[in-house]
Ligand binder design. Sequence first.
Ligand SMILES: NC(=O)c1ccc[n+]([C@@H]2O[C@H](COP(=O)([O-])OP(=O)(O)OC[C@H]3O[C@@H](n4cnc5c(N)ncnc54)[C@H](O)[C@@H]3O)[C@@H](O)[C@H]2O)c1
Length: 263
Amino acid sequence: MSLCLVTGGAGFIGSHLVDGLLQAGHSVRVLDNLSTGNLANLTEVRPRVQFIEGDITDLETLRAATRGVAWVFHEAALASVPRSVADPAATNRVCVDGTVNVLLAARDAKVQRVVYAASSSAYGASPSLPKRETDLTLPLSPYAVAKLAGEHYCAAFSEVYGLETVRLRYFNVFGPRQPPDSPYAAGIPRFLEAMLAGKSPIIYGDGQQSRDFTYVADVVHANLLAAKAPGVSGKVFNIACGHRTNPATSSTAKRTSLPRSPS
Ligand SMILES: NC(=O)c1ccc[n+]([C@@H]2O[C@H](COP(=O)([O-])OP(=O)(O)OC[C@H]3O[C@@H](n4cnc5c(N)ncnc54)[C@H](O)[C@@H]3O)[C@@H](O)[C@H]2O)c1
């Protein structure tokens, strides 16, 4: 049994990771500023979790949060392309400065390994399919740049300080607790919300755009493997299901001609 810190543990993916770590018999501490996350995501496990309301942009908070921790799962981020376009400096502060703080605190607390929530947005304009970890990275948005910078910091901390880090590039994660009501919501929860209300979901463009969607339980499984597997420090792994899905096959969908930013 290990003590694990989940940054962003009150968010969509982080809260599922908390569940998975508890089920695997570990102790869990969560650090979250509740900016996009919600304590309701932790309701069922709240008595078994140490919760710190705090910000990863504050190094001292992170030093306190990493004390005695074996593994850090770094999920906290402003996880939105449109938000990063509206305010790139805020995204940079959280995703780059915040990640450097996580790594500094983990290094100094002698954490065994940091598992970093990276993003498939790193590939951006890179045309090849399927995406491979060896593909060129061509990030297109401030969010993608910031998440990729976080990756490079993870690799650099492994190289320079010997801190074990593993980067997992998630592809379009979906599942329970994914909010449909935020202005930055992803496609699947929006579609489900519309259909549950008896409405047609709206598809922008010709409906031929496709994504590789990944169920959140698979992301949790990947994190548990990444924490324990020998010989993976400094490496990056795509976390995807390997299938392209497009909305054109949905017979109930309404189409519009407006483009939509990828989530
Ligand atoms: N959802 C996806 O499809 C997807 C795809 C690729 C990568 N990711 C990455 O996975 C991680 C989790 O994403 P998510 O979809 O669960 O998003 P989310 O917004 O639900 O979770 C992020 C959590 O981080 C917290 N947070 C934000 N800023 C913080 C700060 N400064 N200090 C402390 N906590 C802070 C939020 O309150 C929230 O609980 C992110 O790092 C994101 O970049 C997500």
